[in-house]
Write a protein that binds this ligand. Structure first.
Ligand SMILES: Cc1cc2nc3c(=O)[nH]c(=O)nc-3n(C[C@H](O)[C@H](O)[C@H](O)COP(=O)(O)OP(=O)(O)OC[C@H]3O[C@@H](n4cnc5c(N)ncnc54)[C@H](O)[C@@H]3O)c2cc1C
Length: 456
């Protein structure tokens, strides 16, 4: 048994402290990067245990890295300075779903999808829908302010967090907000913790806002000769005054990779656009017809309509395979969740293609086009000169981020900065903004024990 594990077992139940190689190794990475194994994994069941752990770690200057499901894309839950990996997955109870109040009170280890399914049974709706929702945890969603396809109409995780229980680095417990749908008591400290990437406090419970579940859902899938045309269709739909629940675009390479993954023959498609609508039946029926007409006017070569839940779900099943399709088409890929102002969508599709050509790399774009949040994927195949391929990809990223910032966009819309985008943090935030971040961090975690080594 390691000395650190022995010390932790003196203050915590022994069965929640793990130092065997297999468990430590299983907690060594996320979906971006595998780092070194943490020295110890602690998986508490109560806020008191989290508080005792942090008070001890703060006293002794030991790093603590919070972790949900490890489905992040920026190395946020990777223990860059080893120490203690704090897994919140054992705190996974839905404590209450209150239909009259339209709230759910949950622990951080609840998966996004299980919450959505539980509230759905009561006719309620929890909209934030990261594509990882089957696995991602609510704690991880809050810490990354996760978005997803439905952000277009319903906003991101921050719009659904009404109350939080947060343990600070020194073990003190804050209760912020509550179950009211509005609350303006003091500063928006609650908002400060949403998206704070596990660097300001540990979320141990959350009160989440629910909506009435929309009665009807419909979908349209359109194929275009070129991604620029699909991007123009996105702008046209919104310009006509229609706000779909989601507008998801994939370029031709992503689409052809999907066909290949499914063992289907290649086709002529240069882009794929998925539209989701929800709401009252009459409104959805009218909007579906209107959108079909807009898509054809914008040059779609085919438009498929699904007028019920099962049909819309079948269209989503295709969309959800795009990540896997790109993974199958390369040795590894960098998935950059950049955001551009909506009016730059067409320019972005064009820029992505040129960027790939300039660097001899395959660049594939797909994602939440309605928000301007398109995932730009740089695909690398393990060539004889892997080092050169890495270098080329990094140079391409420099150019991508410089262009995005120049357009008034952002280098991340939902994944966060973490380790992966640390290099570009100085370009993405002014010295004054970085100083404000450092001041907040110093106030809440003066010894810097919470998730150290990340972008601050
Ligand atoms: C295939 C795929 C699709 C994805 N699609 C989307 C998408 O559509 N939209 C989107 O936003 N993201 C998406 N992601 C990224 C990822 O799923 C989200 O960032 C998700 O919120 C991570 O949740 P997690 O539980 O896995 O968190 P982790 O990866 O474990 O942690 C993420 C960050 O949160 C911190 N953290 C975790 N739990 C807590 C807690 N209780 N208290 C304080 N800090 C905590 C960690 O320290 C880390 O910094 C996708 C990822 C994959 C692999």
């Amino acid at each position: 048994m390691s000395a650190l594990a022995a010390q932790l077992r003196a203050i915590l139940p022994a069965e929640i402290v793990h130092d065997d190689e297999e468990i430590r190794h299983a907690h060594a990475g996320d979906k971006w990067h595998r780092g070194d194994s943490p020295d110890v994994v602690v998986a508490p069941h109560t806020v008191e245990q989290v508080s005792a752990l942090l008070a001890w770690a703060n006293e002794n200057g030991v790093p603590v890295t919070p972790r949900g499901s490890g489905y992040g894309y920026v190395g946020g839950s990777v223990t860059s300075r080893q120490g203690i990996l704090l897994s919140l997955l054992e705190m996974n109870r839905i404590r209450e779903i209150n239909a009259p109040d339209f709230v759910a009170l949950v622990e951080p280890g609840v998966t996004t999808e299980s919450l959505q399914m539980a509230v759905r049974e009561l006719g309620l709706f929890y909209p934030p829908d990261p594509s990882s929702r089957k696995y991602s945890s609510i704690g991880g969603n809050i810490a990354t302010n996760a978005g997803g396809p439905r952000s277009l109409k319903y906003g991101v995780t921050r719009h659904y967090v009404l109350g939080l229980e947060v343990v600070l680095a020194d073990g003190r417990v804050l209760h912020l907000g509550g179950r009211t749908h509005k609350n303006k008591t003091g500063f928006d400290l609650l908002g400060l913790f949403v998206g704070s990437e596990g660097m300001l406090g540990v979320v141990t419970a959350a009160t989440l806002r629910l909506l009435p579940h929309p009665p009807v859902r419909a979908g349209l899938a359109a194929v275009f000769p070129a991604p620029e045309m699909a991007a123009a269709a996105v702008e046209a739909i919104l310009a006509e005054g229609i706000l779909p629940a989601a507008l998801e675009l994939a370029d031709g390479f992503t689409w052809q990779s999907y066909l290949q993954l499914e063992g289907l023959p290649p086709d002529e498609a240069g882009a794929y656009l998925l539209v989701e609508l929800d709401g009252q039946p009459e409104a959805v029926a009218v909007e579906t017809e209107d959108i079909a007409a807009i898509l054809r006017r914008c040059g779609a070569v085919s438009v498929e309509q699904a007028m019920d839940d099962a049909g819309a779900e079948a269209l989503w099943a295709v969309r959800r395979r795009f990540s896997a399709a790109l993974d199958a088409a390369c040795s590894w890929r960098l998935n950059e969740d950049i955001v551009v102002p909506r009016s730059r969508l067409v320019d972005l599709m064009h820029f992505g293609r040129e960027l790939g050509e300039r660097h001899g790399l395959r660049v594939a774009c797909f994602g939440h086009a309605g928000d301007g949040n398109v995932h730009v994927n740089i695909l690398v195949n393990e060539s004889s000169d892997l080092h050169a391929a890495h270098q080329e990809a990094e140079t391409a990223l420099d150019e991508l981020f410089a262009q995005i910032l120049d357009w008034g966009g952002a280098i991340t819309g939902e994944h966060g900065i973490g380790l992966a985008k640390k290099r570009w943090w100085p370009e993405a935030a002014s010295p004054e903004v970085r100083a404000a971040h450092a001041a907040v961090k110093a106030a809440l975690d003066p010894k810097g024990i919470l998730n150290p080594g990340k972008f601050l």
